[in-house]
Design a protein around this ligand. Sequence first.
Ligand code: HEC
Length: 140
Amino acid sequence: MRAAHIGAVTAAILAVVGGSVRAQAPPSVRDGVYTAAQVEQGGSVYAGQCLSCHGELSAFAPEVAALLADHTFRNRWTGRTLGELFELIRDEMPQDAPGTLSAEQTADLVAYILSGNRMPAGDTPLTGDLERLSKILFEP
Ligand code: HEC
């Protein structure tokens, strides 16, 4: 009984500490918001469904659709959220078959695009949780 009580108090304290840390530091793309495994998955979806119009993430190819990892892209997305990027991809891409990507594929693609824009990977996978995604700014 006593030990359980101490455990509950400890958990409550940790919850308070954890909460205040999160309150001070909103999630940032610099904290590692996706995993390396997602980048691999996203990369293969990209190669199959995006590459033909957008070109390689790292290539200089002015004749293709909007590049997803160049200065123009970063300028356009700085200050906007990952939620917005997620929804655009899910609802409007691929432009020749919009609405066909699953939430998981879309999240993997966002991870792949973040990786191509040199944001660090981390331990927690990015999910289609729009409430969380809309708190994370795309801010290279
Ligand atoms: C049939 C060609 C085509 C395909 C396939 C395609 N896109 Fe696009 N995409 C476009 C065009 C065209 C635009 C708009 C370009 C513009 O407005 O300058 C665009 C815009 C975008 C944007 C917004 C770019 C920006 O600068 O804001 C994103 C993000 C995007 N596409 C992601 C994807 C992803 C991810 C895939 C693969 C699932 C994909 N697209 C597949 C043609 C395509």
